[in-house]
Design a protein around this ligand. Structure first.
Ligand code: GTP
Ligand code: MG
Length: 220
């Protein structure tokens, strides 16, 4: 049995190393990169999509979750992920993670932005195996228009979602906590099943909460 070390955030505001014998995300593998929903392989089983604004850290969150820095391509320059990237959990093509292009990157052409928007819309509205969304936001700029649009979509389609307030390492622990509370308050009216957590892809703050939630989405 393999033993993994996970960093968890403790209420005494210190990081603690936890040992767990079960971590189903660490052997995730890259399946392929697909230009649009129509090109994707099988639409059966369960998958989770990581979405949000460009540069919020979608690909980095996947890498933190799978403890593989090289799995999803990341970049300082927004607009890195330009297609639907599909990953599957160890030996199980029926449990998948999807890395989507980002919303709102002003420097790509308008037509490219529209094309990415269409790719995301089609994926969200047609993919039957989509069981939950992970909406990644930069904790310093939460709930931008495109984030609110995704939340509304989840509410309308009754799709469970997890809000990840990423880059919490940019804030003090207290500031991260107050930002988390503030965002929770703003989302009070949302009735579809959802969770919200502060996170850092850099130092794994909040990782065990994210794992717990994704296990639920994927019925693991
Ligand atoms: N400090 C800090 N930087 C982060 C964190 N997560 C991501 N980054 C940085 O943010 C930048 C963007 O990360 P990506 O993971 O490529 O973001 P993305 O949302 O996938 O971006 P696109 O694919 O371009 O839409 C990179 O320089 C990352 O190193 C974090 O938790 N803390
Ligand atoms: Mg990306």
């Amino acid at each position: 049995m393999e033993a993994d070390y996970i960093l968890t955030y403790q209420s005494n505001l210190q990081f603690k190393t936890d040992m767990t014998t079960k971590d189903i995300f660490t052997s995730t593998t890259f399946v392929g990169s697909f230009p649009s929903h129509e090109d994707l392989p099988l639409d059966e089983g369960d998958e989770i999509a990581f979405c949000g604004r460009s540069n919020s850290g979608k690909s980095s969150v996947i890498n933190a979750l799978t403890k593989n820095k090289k799995l999803a391509k990341t970049s300082k320059t927004p607009g890195r992920t330009q297609a639907i990237n599909l990953f599957c959990l160890k030996n199980n093509e029926n449990k998948r993670l999807i890395d989507l292009p980002g919303y709102g990157y002003a420097k790509v052409s308008k037509s490219k932005r529209q094309q990415w928007g269409l790719v995301i819309d089609e994926y969200l509205n047609r993919r039957k195996s989509l069981k939950g969304l992970v909406i990644i936001m930069d904790i310093r700029h939460p709930l931008k228009d495109s984030d609110q649009m995704l939340i509304r979509w989840c509410q309308e389609t009754q799709t469970p979602f997890l809000v990840v307030l990423n880059k919490a390492d940019k804030f003090s622990k207290n500031k991260s906590f107050s930002e988390l509370q503030k965002t929770k308050k703003l989302m009070k009216g949302i009735t579809v099943s959802h969770e919200i957590t502060a996170f850092s892809s850099k130092d794994f703050l909040g990782l065990s909460d994210v794992i717990k939630c994704l296990e639920k989405f994927l019925s693991l």
